[in-house]
Design a protein around this ligand. Structure first.
Ligand code: SAM
Length: 233
């Protein structure tokens, strides 16, 4: 058994984590996990409705929680602006109570900010649509200056996710994935199916970023950012 798994077993599970495991077991059976080099993926193949049910239940149980930090979004906007990134059209994925949209808007008054959230609670928050972030709206393709997310670990299929997000990036724009220790140290689970260490995440993105500049890693506070830019045309 790996150290991480020991740590996860030692950690007291939240009621919603136990409930998510119960739903998974009842609807799908024993946990199916793909183990890769620096990442694990809990599989939901053929069980999309169960994935959505578990994500929605977890969203409702944690509706007042917030991971994203305002200072980090301010820093990120400054850094992207310094590099000549336009900051007019921002797409945030997996936004729960809309915190990142409000932080982007405070820094970028007048920008168009869209957040996606799979749960029906999306309707409660401004700048938020109920939408599964594995899917792409035609009007997003090639038009988004910044695609931002710290929720990529909720993906049931990163091979589908990253091409979808990259397809939205406008020329000169960027996809920015926020990574923190929590994305690597906990076991992949029904709620957070995709666990990835930073090098593995970067490698995943690189594998799908044909025609993009090589991903850069930047650090602010206790977070790392994998920034993948589209060339300016
Ligand atoms: C860890 S929370 C992060 C919320 C927010 N970004 C923050 O920093 O506080 C992940 C959010 O992503 C949502 N989510 C999970 N899977 C999703 C999907 N496929 N499409 C859109 N949102 C999803 C969850 O419901 C949850 O609200």
């Amino acid at each position: 058994m790996k150290l991480r798994e020991l740590f996860s077993f030692g950690r007291r599970k939240l009621p919603i984590e136990k409930e998510a495991e119960r739903i998974y077991r009842e609807k799908i059976g024993d946990r199916r996990v793909e183990r890769g080099d620096g990442f694990d993926l809990v599989k939901y193949e053929g069980d999309y409705e169960t994935y959505k049910e578990i994500q929605t239940a977890a969203n409702k149980a944690k509706l007042n929680w917030r991971s994203v930090q305002q200072a980090n979004i301010e820093w990120l906007c400054d850094r992207l602006a310094e590099d000549g990134n336009r900051l007019q059209r921002i797409l945030c994925h997996g936004t729960r109570n809309g915190a990142e949209q409000s932080f982007f808007l405070a820094k970028l008054p007048g920008a168009e900010i869209i957040g996606t959230e799979i749960s029906d609670t999306a309707a409660q928050f401004p700048m938020t649509i109920q939408w599964d972030f594995h899917e792409v709206k035609p009007e997003w393709v090639g038009t988004i200056d910044v695609v931002f997310s710290n929720s990529w670990d909720h993906s049931y299929n990163p091979e589908k996710l990253f091409p979808a997000w990259l397809s939205c990036v406008a020329p000169g724009g960027a996809m920015v994935l926020e990574w923190s220790e929590r994305h690597a140290k906990n076991e992949a689970s029904a709620i957070d199916p995709f666990r990835a260490e930073l090098p593995a995440l970067t490698k995943f993105v690189k594998g799908h970023a044909k025609g993009f500049l090589p991903p850069e890693i930047a650090y602010f506070g206790d977070k790392a950012y994998v920034i993948t830019r589209a060339a300016k045309t």
